[in-house]
Every structure is written in structure tokens, then in C-alpha cells.
Design a protein around this ligand. Structure first.
Ligand code: DC
Length: 220
């Protein structure tokens, strides 16, 4: 069974996806990490994040893999490097390119294969796995998402001010929602969950209950 979890940054998507996968015993695929690796490699190579040809080449050669929660590129552990603000910003620009998206979408489908898997991203339910058996779309008010991100950055000793972070988040939302290819939106058959008023545990509990229901419906 394929479970897709899409939505903007800061909705608690990654935490939920990881916990849900663990609770139901499914694999987990963080597709945002893949865009982040391409962005990191582009920055390291000094390539403009607007150069489609260079980005395409970088994506083809990225050789991205996952191992026990770590993200690797050509065997190098880049789990921490892909979480910086610089890479976060570049990833959103890199994700605009159809060449990058097409290559990563193929990788994502190959990775999922016939496994039981939770795939998390922006376009998993709409573009990558339109026939997924169970689709979620998480939302939350931009101010709540900013507050959550601020806490994460504080915990990493990278204090940032609320207003500039809110502005960045709104700008990235706009870019993700307005891009020509695979814009961020819920699939028609996705269950939309507002995580704003819910605790992370409640989010996971609700999602797991729905997945179990679908598993029963679709039989052994
Ligand atoms: O979920 P995240 O913040 O790690 O994603 C990083 C960037 O990649 C973000 O700008 C959105 C983009 N992305 C995407 O366009 N499609 C996906 N399936 C996953 C992420």
C-alpha cells in the first residue's frame, strides 16, 4: 500500500510521516530531502540554481540513498548539511525545474516499487502516486508554522526573527503553489487535516486509524 502525505513546510508533515510509517510498519520516503540534496550539490558546485542544464546533470549524478534515517549522496552522509537555511531556500528554487522534478519523480517511483510505503512531499498524491490507496494533505496557519520553525531553529542555536521567517515561509508557499509544474495542492481524493489545533500525537493517531481502515477495506 502507498500512503502519500503532502502539504507545506511546518505542518508537522515530516514528524507525522516518520511516526506513521513506524506505527504501521511501512517504509518512509522523504522526497523533500531529495530536492535538498540537489540544491546542496548545486551550491557546492557553484552552479546557478536557475541553470536548467547544470541542474539536470547534477540530478542525474546525485545518486541519492537513505540509510537508517540518514540521507546520503554517493555514499556521503549529508543529513545535517541539507537542513541549513541556505539549502532550504535553494531547494525551493531547484524544485521549480521540470528537468529536476522529472528525474526525481522517476527515482521516487522506483524507490516505492511494490513496497508498503509512506511517501512525503508536495506532489506525492497528485503527480507521483495518483493511484495511492491513502492520501493525506496537511495544512496549518502560516503563523503557527512559523512559530514551529522558530522553535526548531532555536533548538539548533540558530535564532531567527519571527517576521522575516514568516515572510520566507509565505514566499516559499507562494512559489510552491504557483509553480507551473506539480504545484502544491491537495489531490481530489486526499484527506485534508488541519494540524494547527492538534498535538503531533493526535495527528499520528488519526492518520494511523485511517490507514488501518483502508488496509481492512483493501483486504489482505
Ligand atoms: O519538505 P522540504 O521542506 O524538505 O522540501 C524542500 C523543498 O523541496 C521545498 O521547497 C519544496 C520542495 N519539494 C517539492 O517541490 N516536491 C516534493 N515532493 C518535495 C519537496
Amino acid at each position: 500500500m502507498i500512503v502519500t502525505i503532502d502539504g507545506p513546510a511546518g505542518t508537522g508533515k515530516s514528524t507525522a510521516a516518520r511516526s506513521v510509517a513506524q506505527a504501521v510498519g511501512f517504509e518512509y520516503l522523504d522526497t523533500g530531502a531529495m530536492y535538498r540534496v540537489v540544491a546542496l550539490l548545486a551550491l557546492e558546485a557553484g552552479v546557478e540554481v536557475t541553470s536548467a542544464a547544470d541542474l539536470s546533470q547534477i540530478t542525474q549524478r546525485a545518486s541519492i540513498s537513505f540509510d537508517s534515517g540518514r540521507t546520503l549522496t554517493a555514499g556521503r552522509d549529508v543529513s545535517a548539511l541539507i537542513r541549513t537555511l541556505e539549502v532550504t531556500e535553494a531547494a525551493s528554487l531547484v524544485a521549480q525545474h521540470p528537468e529536476v522534478r522529472d528525474a526525481l519523480v522517476q527515482e521516487q517511483r522506483r524507490f516505492a516499487g511494490t513496497r508498503d510505503i509512506v511517501c512525503e512531499g508536495r506532489d506525492q498524491g497528485t503527480v507521483v502516486f495518483p493511484h495511492a490507496e491513502c492520501k493525506f494533505f496537511l495544512t496549518a496557519d502560516a503563523r503557527i508554522r512559523t512559530q514551529r520553525r522558530l522553535q526548531e531553529l532555536d533548538a539548533q542555536n540558530k535564532p531567527t526573527d519571527f517576521d522575516s521567517l514568516l515572510q520566507q515561509i509565505e514566499e516559499r508557499d507562494r512559489r510552491d503553489a504557483e509553480r507551473a509544474i506539480a504545484p502544491l495542492r491537495p489531490a481530489e481524493d486526499a484527506l485534508v487535516l488541519d494540524t494547527g489545533p492538534l498535538s503531533p500525537e493526535d495527528v499520528v493517531e488519526q492518520m494511523v486509524a485511517i490507514i488501518r481502515e483502508r488496509q481492512v477495506q483493501s483486504g489482505p
